[in-house]
Ligand binder design. Structure first.
Ligand SMILES: N[C@@H](CCC(=O)N[C@@H](CS)C(=O)NCC(=O)O)C(=O)O
Length: 212
């Protein structure tokens, strides 16, 4: 059984979608970020970084933090959603990192400075919005050329990307309008029942709640 400490955000969904696709058993432990639980000593003993998501399970010597590390670990552990052969694996790692380390932080910056900690300097929000669109354009061109982000097979690049496209991108004016290939890819993923279950679980909802 895998324990997942998390909060109801797209980062949580990146892990729960993967867990559902891999058909792994897991329990969710909710960390109340608004109440500061992620900075309490009990949680800092689990993850000194003071952030979620974090997983623990018997095969791990200590808890593992971060969507990218968790996704790579679970793919390696199960031998699924990661191709064989170094060049193909490197391509998956590249797209996984673009999603986790480039696009997600750009969208988080837009959300932080427009909504959570609003700034009067419009150029700050604009920088994050422009960076998000620059990356989305690259992602759209990639998906014009292949069914999935890192080629013809579903991989952890897609499980890291889908919650961002289906959830975080909606905070941008226009959402995914104009990104036809990302929308086609989202439609394909949203049709998978494991993805539906993972998207709902990551927000602490039932599938029915998530669909309504
Ligand atoms: N790079 C990390 C980002 C994780 C992250 O941003 N976690 C947020 C919740 S979605 C968090 O724990 N925020 C609390 C804080 O930073 O104080 C990942 O990909 O997992």
């Amino acid at each position: 059984m895998i324990s997942l400490w998390t909060a109801p955000t797209a980062n949580s969904q990146k892990v729960t979608v993967l867990l559902e696709l891999l058909e792994l058993h897991y329990e969710l432990i909710w960390v109340d970020l608004a109440a500061g639980e992620h900075l309490a000593p009990d949680f800092l003993r689990i993850n000194p970084v003071g952030r979620v998501p974090v997983i623990a399970e018997p095969d791990l010597d200590q808890p593992l933090y971060g969507t990218l590390a968790i996704s790579q670990y679970l793919a390696e552990k199960t031998g699924r959603l990661m191709p064989k052969g170094l060049p193909k694996r490197a391509r998956v790692q590249q797209w996984a990192a673009i999603l986790a380390s480039d696009l997600s932080p750009a969208l988080s910056g837009q959300y932080y400075f427009s909504t959570l900690y609003p700034t009067t300097d419009a150029s700050v929000v604009d920088l994050f919005v422009q960076t998000s669109h620059r990356l989305l354009e690259v992602m759209d061109r990639q998906l014009a050329a292949s069914d999935f982000l890192a080629g013809d097979a579903l991989s952890i690049a897609d499980t890291l990307g889908y919650p961002v496209a289906a959830n975080s991108v909606q905070r941008l004016d226009g959402g995914l309008s104009g990104y036809d290939h990302i929308r086609r890819w989202c439609d394909a993923l949203s049709g998978m029942s494991a993805v539906q279950r993972g998207m709902a679980a990551g927000l602490g909802q039932s599938e029915d709640q998530a669909a309504s």
